[in-house]
Design a protein around this ligand. Structure first.
Ligand code: ZN
Length: 210
C-alpha cells in the first residue's frame, strides 16, 4: 500500500500551501482533488467527460469516480501521496484507510472569521496573474500591478458568497472526519492563523518523529 498524508481544513486555512511545501520536502506526490477534476474536464478525457456530465446535471461527483481518478493518477512506484481536498465525505475517508497506509492527518485549525479576513485581502492581476494581498503583500499603487501595470481584481472563487458557501459545506460534511481520524489516533491539529513558516515548522517537527 502507498503511504498517504492528508490535509484537512477550510478554505483560507493554508492547506494547499502546506501540502505543496510538504510534497517538495518529502518527494511525495501532491494531489489536489479540485485541480485534478478541473484538469480532467479541460483535457476532455473519458473520465473528464463523465465528471462534466455529472456536474452539468447538478450532481456532486460520485465517490467511485473520485477513487478511479486517484488510482489512474498515481504512478506505479509512487513514493507516497499528500491529499488536499480529499477525503470530503465518510465513504471517502473509509476508502482512504482501506486502500492507503495513512500516516497522518493534519487539521489546519483556523476560525471562519480569520479565514475570511485572509481570503478577502487577496487580489490578482487581471493581465499577468501575479498575486497580491492588501495587507501582507500590497502593490506599490493601490489596485495596480507592480509587474505590468495591469488591474488588480478579486478572483471569482474568492468572492465572499462563494467562500461562505464552501466553508458551510466543510462544516456540514467534512468536519465529522476530524473525529473519525482522531479516534484512529491519526489526527494532529495545528493552529493555522500563524505564519506559513511557523505552520510548516510544526508539521515538519511531526514528520521527523516518524
Ligand atoms: Zn500584472
Amino acid at each position: 500500500m502507498t503511504d498517504a498524508i492528508v490535509f484537512l481544513g477550510i478554505q483560507g486555512s493554508g492547506k494547499g500551501t502546506q501540502a505543496k511545501l510538504l510534497a517538495e520536502n518529502t518527494g511525495f506526490i501532491h494531489i489536489n482533488i479540485g485541480d485534478l477534476l478541473r484538469e480532467q474536464i479541460s483535457l476532455a478525457t473519458d473520465i473528464g467527460k463523465r465528471i462534466a456530465n455529472t456536474i452539468r446535471g447538478g450532481n456532486l461527483v460520485p465517490d467511485d469516480l473520485v477513487f478511479e481518478l486517484i488510482k489512474s493518477t498515481l504512478p506505479r512506484d509512487c513514493p507516497g501521496v499528500i491529499f488536499d481536498g480529499f477525503p470530503r465525505t465518510m465513504p471517502q475517508a473509509e476508502h482512504l484507510v482501506d486502500h492507503f497506509r495513512l500516516a497522518r492527518v493534519y487539521y489546519l485549525d483556523i476560525s471562519a472569521e480569520q479565514a475570511l479576513e485572509r481570503i478577502n485581502g487577496r487580489r490578482v492581476c487581471d493581465s499577468c496573474g501575479t498575486n497580491y494581498h492588501i495587507l501582507h503583500h500590497p502593490p506599490q499603487h493601490e489596485g495596480i500591478c507592480d509587474e505590468c501595470g495591469g488591474k488588480l481584481i478579486t478572483r471569482a472563487d474568492d468572492a465572499p458568497a462563494a467562500i461562505k458557501k464552501r466553508i458551510k459545506a466543510f462544516y456540514e460534511e467534512t468536519y465529522a472526519l476530524k473525529t473519525f481520524f482522531e479516534q484512529k489516533g491519526l489526527l494532529l491539529s495545528i493552529p493555522a492563523q500563524n505564519s506559513v513558516s511557523e505552520v510548516q515548522a510544526a508539521i515538519w517537527a511531526d514528520v521527523m518523529l516518524d
